[in-house]
Design a protein around this ligand. Structure first.
Ligand code: GLN
Length: 246
């Protein structure tokens, strides 16, 4: 089964059964990096650059949500992308993306797998982490409108489903000075907003006076889904956070 259509056509984040996400993504992810002179299976995605040995290895939290879309976006910019489901998986990555989906499900499963302790401990050591939508909720210190289990790593208060229900999902162009021009096309799906930010948080983009893209040191969050568009600038910005750290 191929899901590449999700890149060009915005869609509800895939909340597919975990077994399905697992088989698809592990198939994609096993193409792996290849060194000189080695043979390896042909890449599934034509033209996607591969990371060389020693390139960044970015984990995507694969408990629930639009995991595959992030993996494809990362592979497209030459990073090695792997699924993270356990603390052992987490120990093998240099950075982590927490995808969109359903923050209650992601939060509960993170507790069940022991990632509610493992992720904060890596992030406090400096590992870059990026949360999109439900992932942003998971990283926040406080959530309104129903609080799922949170990692409480970023000094923001979010309000869930702030723009309304599924039918109120929308797309818009955002001015993001840190990414230059053109404006960033952003897909909002049952999105949260950031209601309060701490003094240590940099707001990178706002919509209607509310922050929707923000950073606190090694933590990046967006209320929207760059992985559902063809624009990879937010993912490049995130990988750059990792490169600058080293
Ligand atoms: N509404 C979802 C939540 O509160 C987030 C939606 C999304 O990630 N697109 O968890």
């Amino acid at each position: 089964m191929k899901k590449t259509a999700g890149r060009s056509k915005p869609a509800q984040p895939k909340a597919a059964p975990r077994s399905m996400a697992r088989s698809n993504a592990s198939r994609e992810a096993t193409a792996g990096p290849v060194g000189n002179g080695q043979t390896a299976p042909a890449p599934k995605t034509a033209g996607a650059p591969r990371a060389g040995r020693g390139g960044p290895r970015i984990g995507v939290l694969a408990l629930q949500g639009d995991v595959i879309e992030h993996i494809k976006m990362l592979q497209g910019i030459g990073a090695e992308a792997v699924e993270v489901r356990t603390p052992e998986d987490l120990a093998r990555v240099d950075a982590l993306i927490i995808p969109g989906g359903e923050s209650t499900t992601i939060g509960k499963l993170a507790v069940e797998y022991g990632l509610d302790r493992a992720i904060p401990s890596r992030v406090k050591e400096g590992m870059p982490v990026y949360g999109t939508c439900a992932g942003m909720i998971a990283l926040s210190k406080e959530a309104q409108n129903g609080e799922p289990p949170l990692l409480r790593l970023m000094n923001i208060t979010v309000r869930r489903n702030a723009y309304g229900r599924q039918v109120d999902s929308f797309e818009t162009d955002l001015n993001v000075p840190a990414l230059g021009s053109p404006p960033l096309h952003a897909v909002f799906i049952r999105a949260p907003v950031i209601e309060h930010v701490g003094a240590d948080v940099d707001v990178l983009a706002s919509l209607g006076g509310k922050p929707v893209l923000a950073r606190q040191a090694n933590i990046l969050v967006s209320a929207f889904h760059p992985e559902l568009t063809a624009d990879d600038r937010v993912h490049r910005y995130f990988v750059d956070m990792l490169n600058r750290k080293n």
